[in-house]
Design a protein around this ligand. Structure first.
Ligand SMILES: NC(=O)C1=CN([C@@H]2O[C@H](COP(=O)(O)OP(=O)(O)OC[C@H]3O[C@@H](n4cnc5c(N)ncnc54)[C@H](OP(=O)(O)O)[C@@H]3O)[C@@H](O)[C@H]2O)C=CC1
Ligand SMILES: Cc1cn([C@H]2C[C@H](O)[C@@H](COP(=O)(O)OP(=O)(O)O[C@H]3O[C@@H](C)C(=O)[C@@H](O)[C@H]3O)O2)c(=O)[nH]c1=O
Length: 282
């Protein structure tokens, strides 16, 4: 049962590589962007023809949330057209797609748990193009599991945890937004869940929500990162209106995980526990 990972050099791709090795999953390949540029349909066709994957995991995306506001075209190309190209190749070669999407598809203006069927109304270009990608996949391909996740971090790539640890060394104090609420996700845990989905042989295709258990703000997340890592730095809570960014982010994007937990029998770790594991590995 061959698995191919696209976007393999990014944060989640690196976590999939690590977890595959730990679980002794060997029938898996991690092609580089030169062999697997998702904007090049001919290249994808060649890759699918030679690898004949049963499952394709798409981690490739344009993820620079603020930069996307100025680079709408390239962001849409990767997050929408790239996703559609993969879906088309999956149809042609009869592969099942595991695609990753985001809590930023939600407007997040109401403090209530978001389910898979709640209306998505993205507030920024990144979220909008990710939603368009989801919609194209759903239209083109029946056999897909689209997993929306939130606030990913790990020992790999760029993420909030690594940014905080860097800033904590450079500065005496930091302002961090305290009125945006969500659930952090250790990308290693998500990688494990993705392999659990594949192993389940489930045919319950569609959209699922996955994050770590628990709820926090960026401010509390930062405080906990510094507590666990014994970093001395003053963290000041700030309002969204006081911390100007190009992209608008949801105020509340906590997702309901009941569906994924039930369908795949998942036991999801609490965010603080996973954060401690990640920091111990950094
Ligand atoms: N990071 C987060 O906080 C969250 C991420 N997600 C989603 O999770 C998924 C994985 O994110 P993450 O691993 O953190 O993101 P990264 O930005 O770390 O990885 C994305 C990867 O995609 C690659 N890529 C970009 N364009 C192409 C292309 N045309 N063809 C092939 N590969 C390409 C990038 O390569 P290069 O670096 O060379 O551009 C990079 O290696 C994405 O779908 C993202 O939207 C969801 C919620 C939260
Ligand atoms: C660095 C920094 C950020 N912040 C705020 C800005 C923002 O609201 C929040 C997180 O900022 P970042 O830029 O690190 O993270 P951001 O890129 O917004 O993270 C998002 O990435 C995309 C890809 C997703 O899909 C989302 O789920 C989410 O993880 O923290 C501060 O308040 N102070 C700071 O010093």
């Amino acid at each position: 049962m061959k698995i191919v990972v696209l976007g393999a050099s990014g944060q989640l791709g690196s976590c999939l590589k690590k977890v595959a090795a730990e679980r002794n999953i060997t029938d898996i390949s991690f092609p580089g962007e030169q062999e697997a540029n998702i904007l090049d349909s001919d290249l994808l066709d060649k890759l699918f023809a030679s690898e004949k994957p049963s499952f394709v995991i798409n981690c490739a995306a344009y993820t620079a949330v603020d930069k996307a506001e100025d680079e709408q075209d390239i962001c849409r190309k990767v997050n929408r057209e790239g996703a559609a190209n993969i879906a088309q190749a999956c149809v042609k070669y009869d592969a099942t797609l595991i695609h990753i999407s985001t809590d930023f598809v939600f407007k997040g203006n109401v403090p209530q748990l978001l389910s898979e069927t709640d209306p998505a109304e993205p507030e920024n270009i990144y979220g909008l193009t990710k939603l368009e990608g989801e919609q194209d996949i759903t239209r083109i391909l029946e056999k897909h599991f689209t997993v929306r996740t939130s606030w990913l971090y790990s020992e790999f790539g760029n993420n909030f945890v690594k940014t905080m640890l860097r800033l904590g060394k450079e500065r005496d104090q930091l302002g961090v937004i305290a009125d945006q609420t969500g659930s952090p996700t250790y990308a290693i845990d998500l990688a494990g869940a993705i392999f659990d989905i594949i192993a389940s042989d489930s045919k319950a295709y569609g959209i699922y929500h996955y994050s770590n258990e628990g709820v926090t703000s960026w401010y509390d997340f930062a405080k906990t990162i510094f507590d666990i890592s014994n970093t001395t730095v003053k963290v000041n809570p700030v309002k969204t209106s006081e911390y100007v960014t190009k992209a608008v982010r949801p105020a509340y994007s906590v997702m309901d995980k009941s569906k994924i937990k039930k369908e795949f029998n998942l036991d999801i770790p609490y965010w603080r526990d996973s954060l401690a594991v990640c920091i111990s590995r950094l």
